[in-house]
Design a protein around this ligand. Structure first.
Ligand code: FAD
Length: 440
């Protein structure tokens, strides 16, 4: 799509992980800047070109959401500029005739985004355009919650305590962006089709989030049972910013401390990613990169297909492929099975999740995987190996979840366990122990 040329002063709000008009920090600042606002969304070629699956459900979700937002803008007599390109090219073009006065956007802490935003800032500086960024994706931004000596936390419990002590009114303050939408600019806008950006419609759709009193007050009891709707399903909406994290946290404060703690885990992993970007690719604790992972593609494929012969693992893997979601308890079990029972490199499992989870967030995904592998900050100790059979007895005793995803369980067509639990557990403990002691 061609980028319109605006011949009077304007500012841009650049949407990324904040796809909503309501309670949006950077958008509100743009809307109250005194200039008409061009809201911009870029289908970023640098990201899209790396995705292999034409039917990627996240792109369908994004496309639907942008289409919806364009409709909302049009109802207000305004427009949303949507472009398929490299965002730096887009900003460069918008800056060409000197009318763009500033770009407003919400912070994104992923390594790619940090590089992209540094490039945007540099480019805009040379054009005399201000680049304003805001905290919106998390409650407290990386760097805000630190140890008294200013260094980052690497253990969750003290982080969480400090998070509570630090929390200010400003952190939770709503930004009434939806009240200022009269400042949006208007022109003829179109939406690039899914086809034109290289994708096809996926049949997978995102779950609605339920952050109701009912779910939250029962959360502590129900959150580990995969067969019931005991959690909020908010993750995909926080990932794309279709819901405000501040609104969510307010519900947590009202109804469930336990649930609020999960939101703080999310902040924690964003802080870890920002302070230790190396840990997105390598073990947070470098000695764990000495573990001699097995290379076995057949085992990897059986795990991805949900044919391990361990029903809770198989149910989870099939739920993931069918819905783009997996229950948290089951994520822990399948990840542990992968790293410990199969002794496969956590990075491979992490990449598989990254390709299929609708709620994929680099920080939380790597955090969850390194927790399971034992290599992360505040991770499970390596000698703690989940027993997938006792996990099943504990959390899906009546097999409700298993029967839903593995209908052949209990028949002859269901495979025998691909690896013996006792042997695999001991093999993992010995392998880790040797690798870690060989270093010392
Ligand atoms: C191996 C592994 C990989 C994971 N990958 C991701 C991922 O890519 N993206 C993602 O959002 N979460 C990830 N998680 C965390 C968690 O499984 C999901 O956030 C949760 O299952 C989403 O369901 P929900 O929204 O119903 O969560 P709820 O239980 O209702 O929790 C509310 C919100 O808190 C946050 N949250 C909950 N648990 C965690 C956690 N352990 N770590 C960080 N944030 C949390 C999420 O934003 C979630 O939406 C992973 C966990 C593991 C063990």
């Amino acid at each position: 799509m061609s980028i319109p040329s605006f011949d009077s002063p304007f500012v841009v709000h650049w949407f990324r992980r904040d796809l909503r008009w309501q309670d949006n920090r950077a958008l509100d600042a743009a809307l109250t800047s005194g200039h008409p606002v061009v809201p911009l969304f870029v289908f970023d070629k640098n990201i899209l070109d790396r995705l292999d699956n034409q039917h990627d459900a996240r792109i369908t979700f994004l496309h639907d959401r942008i289409s919806h937002m364009q409709g909302e803008a049009s109802d207000l007599g305004a427009s949303l500029l949507v472009v398929h390109d490299d965002p730096i090219n887009v900003l460069e073009t918008l800056a060409e005739n000197g009318m763009m006065k500033a770009v407003y956007t919400n912070e994104d802490y992923e390594p790619y985004a940090q590089t992209r935003d540094a490039a945007a800032r540099n480019l805009l500086k040379t054009r005399g355009v201000a680049f304003h960024t805001f905290t919106d994706h998390v409650i407290q931004a990386p760097g805000e919650v630190t140890k008294p000596d200013g260094t980052p936390y690497t253990v969750f419990t003290p982080f969480s305590k400090r998070w509570h002590l630090n929390l200010s009114e400003e952190n939770m303050k709503t930004s009434p962006s939806e009240k200022h939408l009269g400042s949006l600019h208007t022109w003829d806008s179109t939406l690039p089709s899914l086809d034109s950006i290289g994708f096809k419609r996926s049949s997978i759709s995102a779950p609605e989030a339920t952050i109701t009193k009912n779910v939250l007050t029962q959360y502590a009891e129900m959150r580990d049972i995969p067969s019931v709707r005991g959690t909020s399903r908010l993750s995909v909406h926080l990932r794309f910013g279709t819901k405000s994290i501040r609104e969510a946290a307010k519900e947590g404060f009202k109804y469930s401390e336990k649930w609020l703690t999960e939101l703080i885990w999310r902040d924690f992993y964003q802080h870890v990613m920002h302070a230790f970007p190396h840990s997105m690719k390598d073990a947070f604790r470098p000695q764990y990169d000495r573990v001699p992972w097995r290379h076995n593609d057949e085992d990897f494929q059986r795990w991805t297909r949900g044919e391990t012969g361990y029903p809770l693992v198989d149910a989870g893997m099939r739920e993931l492929l069918a819905t783009g979601f997996m229950h948290n308890r089951v994520r822990m079990v399948v990840a542990s099975f992968f790293c410990k029972h199969l002794l496969l490199d956590w990075r491979l499992g992490e990449r598989h999740f990254a390709a299929h989870l609708l709620d994929f967030e680099l920080a939380s995904n790597v955090g969850g995987w390194q927790w399971a592998a034992g290599s992360g900050c505040d991770a499970a100790p390596y000698f703690r190996v989940f027993n997938p059979t006792s996990q099943l007895q504990k959390f899906d005793r009546k097999l409700t979840y298993v029967r839903k995803w593995v209908p052949e369980y209990g028949t002859e067509s269901y495979p025998a366990p691909m690896v013996d639990h006792k042997m695999a557990r001991q093999r993992a403990i010995d392998t880790y122990k040797n690798a870690l002691s060989s270093l010392s």
